[in-house]
Design a protein around this ligand. Structure first.
Ligand code: SF4
Length: 62
């Protein structure tokens, strides 16, 4: 499974990158982006939590 971040709605709070570093990172513009590789199994739970709790609902996991 992979994650995507909608950079239009992301407000750069950094929560996702703290929850699942490596799946989500913050770019130079202060917005989150998601790794293009599959989410490692040991980070899946944290990535899902980040998606559920993102204040802007900017994260999709597919
Ligand atoms: S938790 Fe949501 S709003 Fe915050 S940086 Fe991540 S994608 Fe952006």
């Amino acid at each position: 499974m992979k994650a995507t971040v909608d950079t239009e709605t992301c407000r750069g709070c950094g929560f996702c990158a703290k929850m699942a570093r490596g799946v989500f990172e913050i770019n130079a513009s202060g917005k989150a982006y998601a790794s293009e590789t599959d989410i490692p199994e040991d980070l899946m739970e944290f990535a899902e939590m980040a998606a559920e709790e993102c204040p802007e609902s900017s994260i999709k996991i597919y």
